[in-house]
Ligand binder design. Sequence first.
Ligand code: FAD
Ligand code: NAD
Length: 476
Amino acid sequence: MTSTEYDLIVLGAGPVGENVADRAVQGGLSVVLVEHELVGGECSYWACMPSKALLRPAQVLRAARQVAGARQAVTGDLDVPAVLARRDEFASHWSDKGQAAWVASAGISLERGHGRITGPKEVTVTTPDGRETVLTARHAVAVSTGSAALVPDIEGLRAARPWTSREATSAKEAPASLTVIGGGVVGVEMATAYAGFGTRVTLISRSGLLDGMEPFAGEAVTKALREQGATVLLDTRTTRVTRDEAGVTVETGDGPTVTTEEVLVATGRTPRTGDIGLDAIGLTPGDWIETDDTMLVPGFDWLYAVGDVNRRALLTHQGKYQARAAGDVIAARAKGVPVEDAPWGVHVATADHTAVPQVTFTDPEVASVGLTAEAARAAGHDVRVVDYEMGGVAGASVRLDGYAGHARMVVDVRREVVLGVTFVGPEVGELLHAATIAVVGEVPLDRLWHAVPAYPTVSEIWLRLLEAYGRPSRAG
Ligand SMILES: Cc1cc2nc3c(=O)[nH]c(=O)nc-3n(C[C@H](O)[C@H](O)[C@H](O)COP(=O)(O)OP(=O)(O)OC[C@H]3O[C@@H](n4cnc5c(N)ncnc54)[C@H](O)[C@@H]3O)c2cc1C
Ligand SMILES: NC(=O)c1ccc[n+]([C@@H]2O[C@H](COP(=O)([O-])OP(=O)(O)OC[C@H]3O[C@@H](n4cnc5c(N)ncnc54)[C@H](O)[C@@H]3O)[C@@H](O)[C@H]2O)c1
């Protein structure tokens, strides 16, 4: 057993842990990252990057087929093995050599093995061959152990050895048929990807698709998936799953029974906190870890939880945003310099509450930020909703023949600022950051009129939304 001391111990080297460590080192602290699998975490190898790599080629192909002149040149089908090979590149062939090299170049120490908190400011790391290293922190421990796929308690499901997002994003070939249980983001993205490969996809959702987003988003994705050849069963409960030599059979309470080669369970996430020593410090193993806006865990002055594990927003970009605040605040507190923790200060992740951007990479894409109309009303805002069909925008019609999309802007009528925006349409993801700036900046609508979108781009949707709202006058 060896023992070593650092200013900060970061447990989990996913995108979030890496960023906490990097900011703290830049703030002058000594930092060790503990990782028991691959440096880079879920996002790099089994989530964001491989899933987007699986989706993009079919999206490009569909787009080319939607433009006369280009369409005539598209004479072949998707080359699925080539798509999978490109995906392998994006997943770095599941090697973390490159990311480990970056960690070293950033001046961060790396301890490989399973980390458990064994006391205040103490983490014990166990290597696969059973060696133990006790790490002690002079200032803080940051937990960024992320989340894993949740396998719900459906009869027979576990025994049927379902795919989770890990198998779906790393599959070496496309199955002939696939049932997807769950109509959230993972479910609709993977259904889109595999439908694009020619897999016979059945998506089973206990509600509509993409619950929690504007209703027209899930409706558009349902329609598109059906057009792409998938069967979409809405408001359908999965009651029992069995696997035999014929494949996996999924029974539904009130709908059909489906047999396919594989089944993907995409019903949400569970925190990776079951075996990280939370009981040693009075917290409950297996729970999400609650924090304040500086990512500090209530009741502790040395324990932080950052990224998926705190359940604030299960997205890489939002976790990295938290990580910048956390790494900086840990360094500030260690050095005794003032902490700026008022809303929108440098040491807080205020945007987590009201301005989280997200792109769902289906075809059409769904891009949203801030509050939906329903959430804004529930939060007590006096709301006006402005809708616009995006096909009417010149830039959209040039981009794709028959471009179909829908935009919604949710306005706080008392302050005349934008509370939320949702775009649904081909490649709308790239429109989102303008909306995020409007929401985070609380840009008054009368000033937004002076932000002129270039002609003919899809961004002219902004002009149309503002015109539909009506021009506010400074004179009142
Ligand atoms: C299929 C899929 C697609 C996604 N696509 C997107 C997307 O397009 N955009 C987006 O923003 N988000 C996406 N997400 C969400 C995104 O993957 C997560 O929000 C992100 O990975 C969270 O980062 P993290 O660092 O908090 O956790 P993780 O990435 O889970 O990293 C945690 C790390 O901690 C390590 N670890 C855990 N416990 C221990 C321990 N005890 N000791 C040592 N190491 C430990 C793990 O091995 C892992 O490396 C997607 C998720 C899924 C499932
Ligand atoms: N493009 C992206 O940004 C992206 C892509 C994939 C995942 N993610 C993130 O990863 C996280 C996980 O995604 P996810 O799709 O697994 O979770 P999710 O929470 O988005 O969706 C889970 C779905 O499963 C359903 N469900 C839950 N329990 C069920 C049960 N017992 N039976 C049937 N259905 C059930 C829910 O009603 C919901 O529709 C999300 O929070 C998301 O933000 C992001």
